[in-house]
Design a protein around this ligand. Structure first.
Ligand code: GRG
Length: 292
């Protein structure tokens, strides 16, 4: 197993253990709500955003314990967005993370509430994190709130663009918000907790912005080149929903070249850092080559 795989496995283990402590048990009333939350949270997501937060924090020498609450907060917002994205009023999907979506397993109202409560639990996880100063907690909450709002903006823009031919710059705006904001806040949170300088935070922000774009480009490619079984979510949805995607603009081969260019820009942004950035570079490489 590669060092990066070991790192991801380790992150998944410690993040899952902390999420288990932060999320009320399935026996907590109203049981159906917390069963639904746990169904979606512990469904085997990649935990990419928490791993990114931990990797950035560790590059700046920060202890894992200080990073875990914020990492879980980001993952909870991400999971809420997936639950709501799968609802009939949005993407209307029945498969996520390799199992039935929340509204299919439970019901639509419960899935809406499961997403709602995950949002509040995310902010609670940071507000109550005694490993962090109150000033840091407020800054992280503010950054996470801004990013979660940008994600919702991006989702609305995406819905507005369905079935229409949109300009490339509008496509980029959708993705900077819908996908990029949460990836960016994960990386920035790691740097903020680790007390990175402003110059270092700017470099991490540039890296994360490119990484978010790379994540979306590879997501678009996987949607048309990968199977439902491997993705753990329905493949080919972008074509069915007539979405504007990078392959729709450029074709598959040019989109692959674009992904490589964005990858080089992401790792290039790290060059100004006098820190051990090996894991961050490997993460960009992993996103470029990912299969799910
Ligand atoms: C409904 C408020 C609201 C927002 C939805 C997340 C999102 C915004 C939509 C999901 C649609 C989508 C496929 C977006 C592309 C990028 C993305 C967020 C993919 C899913 O993230 P992964 O691959 O998923 O990290 P896992 O399950 O591994 O956590």
């Amino acid at each position: 197993m590669s060092d990066l795989e070991n790192f991801f496995n380790h992150c998944s283990r410690i993040v899952d253990a902390r999420l288990d402590r932060l999320i009320p048990s399935a026996e907590t009333a109203p049981e159906r709500l917390y069963e639904a939350v746990r169904w979606s949270v512990f469904a085997g997501g990649k935990r990419f955003r928490p791993a990114l937060l931990l990797a950035v924090g560790e590059a700046f020498g920060c202890a894992e314990e200080k990073l875990l609450g914020a990492a879980c907060g980001v993952e909870m917002i991400h999971t809420y967005s997936l639950i709501h994205d799968d609802l009939p009023a949005m993407d209307d999907d029945d498969l996520r993370r390799g199992r039935a979506t929340c509204h299919v397993k439970f019901d639509e109202a419960t899935a809406i509430l499961a997403g709602d409560v995950l949002q509040t639990l995310a902010f609670q996880a940071i507000a109550n994190d005694e490993n962090l100063s109150e000033k840091t907690r407020v800054r992280l909450i503010s950054e996470l709130a801004d990013s979660a709002a940008r994600m919702v903006d991006g989702q609305q823009l995406d819905l507005d663009g369905e079935g229409k031919r949109i300009a490339l710059e509008d496509l980029e705006k959708i993705h900077q918000n819908k996908t990029g904001a949460m990836i960016c806040v994960a990386a920035r949170s790691g740097a903020i907790i680790a007390e990175a300088s402003d110059k270092e935070l700017n470099a991490i922000t540039d890296y994360a912005a490119k990484l978010g774009l790379l994540f979306q480009i590879t997501d678009d490619l996987l949607d048309i080149t990968q199977t439902t079984e491997i993705l753990g979510k329905t493949a080919g949805k972008d074509l069915t929903a007539e979405k504007s995607t990078y392959p729709a603009f450029y074709g598959i081969e040019e989109t692959r070249k674009l992904a490589e260019k964005v990858y080089r820009e992401a790792v290039g942004a790290l060059d100004v850092l006098e820190r051990p950035t090996g894991t961050l570079r490997e993460i960009a490489d992993f996103i470029l080559r990912r299969k799910s």
